[in-house]
Design a protein around this ligand. Structure first.
Ligand code: CP
Ligand code: NVA
Length: 305
């Protein structure tokens, strides 16, 4: 594993090792390997970010390094320098490049020309760093993922894709409950199912939210309009996704000890009610904290190879 462009770049053993190292970081705040001492990690973000940007900066500091954050306005990339040249040049200065942008093809092109690890910090198709924190949170609150029934409810988006791949690698059951027309990318679904066939995982897509959450140990959702989705889709999305709101009535069909996860930022009253996200079953702030431990594990691991 040199790059982390999508969760399926990992194999089950690598995923386990990352989750174990993440748990060690969480258990022992004094554990500070000097993996990045004297080294620089560049963060290039073309979309807003609170958790990913700041958890990555904090993780780099924890590992003894220096994070440099740039956007399109700071780089010559924004004035037409090629992705390939940008990748080659940053590789001469930095130890890793963490990228949040739109097209998956752009991070693939960076990876093709870089000689340092490229880490996808969210694209239109994937959010691998989020999926690691999601699994870490499931293990923290619900138990080993291969014993769990997890429900994704709402839009079959980038975060859903990465969770599908993560659960497929870990060997659990993921029920993806989405309206017709909001399903995951069929190619990503096929890839996740190919992994699942080897690990014993189950990845199901259903169009009834109640069927999806029936007996679930955890229910996971995300916004209904992602960054990059056209604003003029908003009214249609709110209407079509309304039956997939995570509320107390829906959670009544899950296990009594069900946990609620959301990568954040959340829109209370849309994909989730305030009662649920601010209630006792919600573990969203542990999930947010786990972004720090998991990105630290990713950077320590990738930069040591
Ligand atoms: N969950 C997540 O990636 O949040 P940010 O957009 O704030 O980074
Ligand atoms: N699906 C959301 C996740 C934000 C962290 C988006 O892409 O905007």
């Amino acid at each position: 594993m040199r790059h982390l462009l999508r969760t399926a770049d990992l194999d089950p053993t690598e995923l386990r090792e990352l989750l174990d190292l993440s748990a060690a970081f969480r258990a022992n705040p004094d554990l500070r390997p000097r993996a990045l001492a004297g080294r620089t990690v560049v963060l290039y973000f073309t979309k807003p970010s609170t958790r990913t940007r700041l958890s990555t900066c904090a993780a780099v500091a924890r590992l003894g390094g220096q994070a440099v954050i740039v956007g399109p306005a700071e780089l010559q990339l924004g004035r037409g320098e090629t992705i390939a040249d940008t990748a080659r040049v940053i590789s001469r200065f930095a130890s890793a490049l963490v990228v949040r942008t739109f097209a998956d093809a752009d991070v693939q092109e960076l990876a093709a020309h870089a000689s340092i690890p490229i880490v996808n910090a969210l694209t239109d198709g994937h959010h691998p760093l989020q999926s690691l924190a999601d699994l870490m949170t499931l293990e923290q609150h619900c138990g080993p993922v291969d014993t769990l029934r997890v429900a994704w409810i709402g839009d079959g988006n980038n975060v859903a894709h990465s969770l599908m791949e993560a659960v497929a690698l870990a060997g659990g059951t993921l029920m993806v409950g989405v309206p017709e027309g909001y399903g995951p990318d069929p190619a990503v679904l096929a890839d996740a199912r190919a992994i699942a066939a080897r690990t014993g995982a189950t990845i199901e897509v259903v169009h009834d939210p109640v069927e999806a959450v029936e007996g679930a140990h955890a229910v996971v959702t995300d916004v209904w309009l992602s960054m990059g989705d056209p604003d003029d889709q908003k009214a249609r999305r709110l209407r079509d996704l309304a039956p997939f709101q995570v509320n107390a009535d829906l959670l009544a069909h899950a296990r009594e000890d069900v946990r609620f996860l959301h990568c954040l930022p959340a829109h209370r009253g849309e994909e989730v009610t305030a009662e649920v996200i601010d209630g006792p079953r919600s573990v969203v702030f542990d999930q947010a904290e786990n972004r720090l431990h998991t990105v630290a594990a990713v950077l320590a691991t990738l930069t040591s190879r």
